[in-house]
Ligand binder design. Structure first.
Ligand code: DAH
Length: 318
């Protein structure tokens, strides 16, 4: 580069010499001109050589995010590994698509919520021990990273209430990331994903809900399933159920091997009332369950901690 600049400077100086021709005595002009031309040809040749050498030089790709000097060779890891979508996000998209095909709207949950949406709006009585069952984290300001996607029920009911006034139903699913302050092991994570469903209309029943859930699970696992429910307890539903599927043979299940997949029930009249919906006129059902567990069953995964671990060997399997 320096060499090239030096040559170009020489060329410029030489060109200035040509102006002197007119001052040279006539009989010497020919020789003077020939000398200048010879010098010029030589410089032009050297410029061409220098430029060709630059073109041949290896050009390194510049990764401005790499934690190394752009003029150093790239470490192997940056040049060979291509990233990909996290398997939970791929599966969550499938989940959402199945519900969308059934006519559900999608509303995203949030990462930080408050006492009202986590508990009060869901009919948890003040000081009720059920509040402790959710192992919530709290910020110093008293905010709560949501422990379930049910925190969105009140907002969804209010935002979609106009559907009912227009003679339509409310049908919304809410995917989201949730957080629980509990001991972590192969089946428990402090951070995981849930998907909530909320449905309200004039005359819907538990039977409708079971139909929707069966349809969802059979689509997700791409096969017919045996389902079962057992009584549960949630302050925001009455009655409350736990929804179970029989672990499919193809996924290593035996007959009678029922797995609890989510909590559900008819939305408690108080929850509807708090959102300004008349429970004597409208009924609703809701459900919520973990996405991680759903995905683990589909792929035969044994340890939920892999999802949040950032373990590349695990992620590369998908
Ligand atoms: N939020 C509950 C949990 O995380 C699950 C649940 C139960 C959601 C009943 C619902 C419901 O919408 O109606 O344990």
């Amino acid at each position: 580069m320096e060499e090239l600049e030096k040559l170009k400077r020489e060329l410029k100086d030489l060109n200035a010499e040509y102006a002197k021709i007119k001052d040279v005595p006539a009989e010497k002009r020919g020789e003077f001109g020939r000398e200048l031309n010879a010098k010029k040809t030589e410089i032009l040749n050297r410029i061409k050589e220098a430029e060709d050498a630059m073109l041949d030089a290896e050009v390194k790709p510049l990764d401005i995010t790499a934690p190394c000097s752009p003029n150093e060779p790239l470490p192997e890891v940056y040049s060979v590994f291509e990233g990909s979508e996290h398997p939970l996000m791929t599966e969550l998209d499938r989940v959402i698509e199945i519900y969308q095909l059934m006519g559900f709207d999608v509303v995203e949950s949030r990462q930080l919520d408050d006492e009202f949406h986590m508990f009060d709006s869901l009919n948890f009585a003040k000081e009720h021990p059920a509040r402790d069952g959710y192992d919530t984290f709290r910020t110093e300001e008293g905010l709560i990273p949501p422990a379930h996607t049910s925190t969105m029920q009140h907002r969804v009911l209010k935002a979609y209430k106009h559907n009912l006034e227009e003679g339509k139903e409310i049908a919304v699913v809410v995917p989201g990331r949730v957080y629980r302050n509990e001991d972590v092991d192969a089946t428990h994570e402090h951070t995981f994903y849930q998907c909530e469903g909320v449905y309200v209309s004039k005359n819907c029943t538990l039977g409708n809900m079971l139909g929707i859930l069966r349809e969802f699970f059979e689509k997700y696992y791409e096969q017919k399933l045996n389902i079962r429910t057992q009584p549960g307890y949630f302050p925001f539903t009455e009655p409350s159920l736990e929804f179970m599927i029989e672990k499919p043979k193809a996924l290593g299940g035996k007959k009678g091997d029922f797995l609890e997949m989510l909590g559900c029930g008819m939305i408690h009249p108080n929850v509807l009332k708090m959102a300004g919906i008349d429970p004597t006129e409208y009924h609703g059902f809701a459900w919520g369950g973990g996405i991680d567990r759903l995905v683990m069953l589909r792929y035969g995964l044994k340890d939920v901690r892999n999802f949040e671990s950032g373990n590349l060997n695990f992620l590369k399997e998908f």
